[in-house]
Design a protein around this ligand. Structure first.
Ligand code: MG
Length: 386
C-alpha cells in the first residue's frame, strides 16, 4: 500500500512546526522574511532553504581545507574547519530536538557559524585584522555576514544568499557589537554546541599529536568525572579506547546537563514565547540579562578550567605557534601584492574594490582562500623569478 492509497498525506512544514515546536521556539511562519522577497518553496520551509543555500555555497565547501587549530602540516587525524562545523551541527541538532526548537534554523546557523574564517585559523584572522586596522578591522564573524549578504553570488537578482532575517541576526549577534537583537534560543544552542565541540575535539586532537596526555587531562575535574563514569560502565580501559570513551562521555555529559539546566530555566522563568526569550536576555531593572541555554555553575567552571588548560598547552604550544609566523608572512606578502595589482583579482572582487576600497576587497579575496590555495597562490605570485 502506498501512502496515497492509505489516505496519508504529507503534512507541510507549517503543520510540522506547529505540532513539533515549543512556544519558545522560532516558528518560520513568524519569520521577518528575506531582504529580497521570494515566493515560498513548494516543499521546503524557509529555514530549510537557508540551510541548503549555506551547504551549496563556495564558502562552506572551502571549510574542508581551512585550519581549525592544526594545519595540514600537523597530520591528517585532526579536525578541519568543516569537520568541526559538522560536529557542532550534530550536537546542536540534539540540543534543538530535546528542547523542541526549530531544527532547520539551528542547522542553518550551525553550518554557517564559521564560514567567515580566513585561511590558517586565528593566525590568518589576526593578520587580516592588523592589515585592515585603519579600515574597520577584520573578524571572522563580521566576514560571515559579508559572505551571506554580499560575497556569495549564486542567484540571479541579488548578491549574497538572501537568507532569512533570523539567520542574519544570529550571525550579527556573534559580532558582539550590540547591533543585533538578543539571540533566539536557536542561536544560543549553536553557541553552546560550538563550545562543547571544540573543548572536546581540541583535547582529542592534542592527545593524538602528543601535545598533552590523557592522564594530564584527567587531572581536570570535568574530565576526571567523565573518566570515573566510563570506569563504572566499562571497567578499566587503556590507550585509544580509554581516550575515545572518556571524550565521548565528556560530550554526552555536557549535552545532557545543558538540556536539563536549560529546561529548568525555561520552567523557572515561565518562558512561553520568543519575546520572553529576548526579554530574559536583555534583563530588566534589578534583574541581570541572561542566556537561557547555559550550563550549571559547576559544569561552567569545569569548562573554564579545561579551556585554560587547552589555551596554555595547545593553542599557545610551540607547534601551533610555529605555523603562525609563515602564515602571517604569506598572507601579508600576498595582500600587498594584490593591493598593488587589484586588476589581478577575479572580476567580482575588482568591481567591489570600487565600492568598498581596494584593501577591503583584497581582504575579502584572501579570506575566501583555503589554506592550500593561499600557499599555491603565494608561490605563484611571489616565488623568486615569477
Ligand atoms: Mg566554531
Amino acid at each position: 500500500m502506498t501512502p496515497a492509497d492509505s489516505g496519508w498525506s504529507r503534512p507541510d512544514w507549517r503543520t510540522r512546526e506547529s505540532l513539533l515546536l515549543a512556544p519558545w521556539a522560532m516558528h518560520a511562519v513568524d519569520s521577518a522574511g528575506r531582504h529580497h522577497p521570494e515566493p515560498p518553496h513548494q516543499f521546503r520551509s524557509p529555514y530549510q532553504r537557508d540551510r541548503d543555500r549555506i551547504v551549496h555555497s563556495a564558502a562552506f565547501r572551502r571549510l574542508a581545507h581551512k585550519t581549525q587549530v592544526f594545519t595540514g602540516y600537523h597530520g591528517d587525524y585532526h579536525r578541519s574547519r568543516l569537520t568541526h562545523t559538522l560536529e557542532v551541527t550534530s550536537i546542536a541538532r540534539t540540543l534543538a530536538r530535546a528542547l523542541a526548537l526549530n531544527e532547520d534554523l539551528v542547522e542553518a546557523l550551525a553550518l554557517a557559524h564559521d564560514i567567515g574564517h580566513p585561511p590558517l585559523g586565528h593566525a590568518g584572522e589576526d593578520t587580516l585584522a592588523e592589515l585592515l586596522r585603519d579600515e574597520g578591522g577584520f573578524s571572522h564573524n563580521a566576514q560571515a555576514l559579508r559572505i551571506m549578504e554580499l560575497l556569495e553570488s549564486r542567484y540571479p537578482g541579488f548578491p549574497g544568499l538572501n537568507l532569512s532575517r533570523e539567520v542574519l541576526d544570529a550571525q550579527a549577534t556573534r559580532k558582539k557589537d550590540g547591533s543585533a537583537p538578543p539571540p533566539l534560543l536557536e542561536a544560543q544552542v549553536v553557541d553552546a554546541a560550538d563550545s562543547i565541540a571544540y573543548d572536546t575535539h581540541d583535547a582529542d586532537d592534542a592527545i593524538e599529536l602528543g601535545l598533552v596526555t590523557l592522564e594530564e587531562l584527567c587531572g581536570l575535574p570535568l574530565v576526571a568525572e567523565a573518566a570515573a563514569r566510563v570506569g563504572e560502565r566499562h571497567g578499566s580501559l587503556a590507550g585509544v579506547e580509554a581516550r575515545r570513551a572518556i571524550l565521548h562521555e565528556l560530550v554526552d555529559r555536557q549535552v545532557a546537563e545543558l538540556i536539563r539546566e536549560s529546561r529548568a530555566t525555561i520552567d523557572e522563568l515561565g518562558v512561553d514565547s520568543v519575546a520572553r526569550v529576548r526579554d530574559v536576555f536583555r534583563g530588566s531593572a534589578g534583574t541581570p540579562g541572561r542566556r537561557i541555554v547555559a550550563h550549571a555553575p559547576t559544569i561552567a567552571a569545569g569548562k573554564r578550567q579545561l579551556e585554560r588548560f587547552l589555551f596554555e598547552r595547545v593553542y599557545r604550544s610551540d607547534r601551533v605557534l610555529a605555523v603562525r609566523v609563515p602564515a602571517q608572512r604569506q598572507l601579508t606578502e600576498l595582500f600587498d601584492w594584490y593591493v598593488a595589482r587589484p586588476d589581478r583579482m577575479p572580476a567580482g572582487y575588482r568591481q567591489r574594490a570600487e565600492a568598498f576600497g581596494v584593501r577591503r576587497s583584497v581582504a575579502d579575496y584572501l579570506a575566501g582562500m583555503t589554506d592550500r590555495y593561499l600557499e599555491f597562490d603565494h608561490a605563484r605570485r611571489l616565488a623568486p623569478g615569477s
